[in-house]
Every structure is written in structure tokens, then in C-alpha cells.
Design a protein around this ligand. Sequence first.
Ligand code: PMP
Length: 363
Amino acid sequence: MTFPPLREELRGIAPYGAPQLDVPVQLNVNENPYGPSQSVVDDVAASVAAATTALNRYPDREFTELRTALAAYLNSSGGSGITPDQVWAANGSNEVMLQLLQAFGGPGRTAVSFAPTYSMYPEYARDAMTGWVVGHRESDFSLDLDAARALVLEERPTVVLLPSPNNPTGTALPPEAVSTLCAAAGDGIVVVDEAYGEFRRSGTPSALELLATHRNLVVTRTMSKAFALAGARVGYLAAAPEICDAIRVVRLPYHLSAVTQATALAALRHAAELLGRVDDLRAERDETVRWLREQGLEVADSDANFALFGRFEDRHAVWQGLLDRGVLIRETGPDGWLRVSIGTADEMAAFRQALTQVRKELS
Ligand code: PMP
């Protein structure tokens, strides 16, 4: 055995993560570009100060107040009748997803998703020692529902991961797709990852609507994107109470710190303000997609706060050219494509200018 005694299958693997570079225009990790206002800062600070007086004690292990506030928010954001015992939260939806794989995956079991998709999914499966099977998306990144159903029926996964909107393509799933795959999954769970759910175009429903009729459906959300709270690390889900109950078996005790709970509760009190920029970001996204198409580029339809565009013979050269001009985007997705997060109007103007220059230089 070599030292350190890392699991065989983890040898040589680089830790996941986009470059964290200090450049003027950061459009690479789908963050919300708008920081909190002073009144939000003050309320979060006061709530954290109050929590600090009791930091000698462990936090509420069941985070009941936070679950109640999240349930109320979900009922105002596409859901209805969701109760606190149908809500679970953790340190980012990344942790929520890992807990789902720990509870419902495991050796001898399989998780299924459809590529191109969020590159962390196979990592959750690997870390929970769960088999990983990946189906494919159509050339417009939609799902071929018959093929997807057939794959689920063939593989009998205990976990199906369906991001909607998908990362990195921005593609949302119609409710029929979710219903069909919930039926095909039988006793397996179907996780609709709505990390970008609040950015949906109008007319695209949330899978939260289907919770009442599908007991194996799990809808995950995050405060990292629309809520502009990536630094606080709060993700959550809505599902049947027995699913939430089962996750409690694998969660670490007191996994949500008192500081995190206080921060999230304060942010939820300011939901209207924090979410107030979502409409601006959706408009900026639609404008970015329109502009990129006008330049003769291919762009995936997006219901998220980013756009996948291409195709470039040498996407790395384009990425590097943008970075040289102080604009950091993400080299991800199928070969030839790049992903840009939607920033402020000024940031998007800088992106457009830099991309125009880079394409001229490379042509
Ligand atoms: N799901 C998807 C599809 C994502 O793109 C991300 C973050 N990029 C996450 C989940 C995790 O986000 P967080 O842990 O910040 O909630």
C-alpha cells in the first residue's frame, strides 16, 4: 500500500473546482452578481450576533424554524401545501445531494443521469460508492423521453438525477418528463435539481407542482443562486416526509451550524429584496442569448442564469483570450462550447466587447 492510503479509485483525481481568479469580470460559477443591501447585511449581522451568544451550545439539530421558513418560501415559489416535515436542508445543495446518494445509493445500487450535465453528479455517486450510469441528451440538449424511460427501466436505479434547468446547458424539463420518469423509477427516487429554478422562463413550471402526486419525487433548491447567498452555503429539498426522515440517518449530527441557520433565516426574511434582481438577470440572460445568436454563434435555450454557447474549434483559446481581457468564463460542457454566467449589465457589456475582440483576433 502507498501512503497516504487513499481509496484506489480516488488516486490521481484532481479535486473538483473552477479556477478562483481575482479578475475584474467573474462570470464562471453562476453566482448572482448582486451583493446584499445594507439592510440585509445589518439584519444578517444582528441575527448572527444573537446566535453567537449561544455558541457554547449545539444548534437545533432539526433546524425546525428554518424548515418552516423554507416551506413557506417554497409555497410562494411554485409549490403548494408543502409542510416543514417535507423540507430538508444542508450546507449547499451539493451536501443535500451527497446525503441523498448516501441514503438511497450505495454499493450494488445505481444512480442515473443524462449528459451533458452537472459534473459533480458522478462525484457524489463515487463518494457514496454507487454505480453511475449516464444516458445522453439530444443535440439540442433536451431529453429523448422514450430513451430515458427505457434506460431507467433497464438499469432500475435507486436514484435518478434530473437537473432542471440543467447545468451547463440551461435546459429545463417539461413536467411530463418528470412524471414519466417518476413512474418508471418505481420505488427509486427521482431528484429534480432546481438549483436554477427561480430563473425559469415564464411558462416553464417547477417540479414542485408534482410533489403531491409523486411520492418518489425530490425537488432540490439552493440559496446560492437566485437568493445571492452562495457564501452562506445553504441548499434544501422538498419531498415526502419519509424521504426527509430517512436522510436523518446519514446526516452528521448538527450539520447546519447555528450561524448558518441564523443567516439563512435572516435572508429568508428579506426574500423579496434578495430575489428582486432575478427578473433583471432573466432579461439580461435573454439579451445575452439574443446577442450571441446575432453574432452567428450557437446558443442553447436557457432557463438559468447562464448561457452555453459555441461552437469553437479551439474553445480554450477563446476562454484564454477573454481571461487576458479580464473576463473569466467557464470552459465546460461538450467540446467546442463555453458557458458564461449572467452578470450585471456592465459585466455583460465587458463580456460582449472582449468576445468580439477575441473572435476578431482568432479569425
Ligand atoms: N446543482 C447544480 C445543477 C449546480 O449547478 C450547483 C452549483 N453550481 C449545485 C447543484 C450546487 O450548488 P450549492 O451547493 O451552492 O447549493
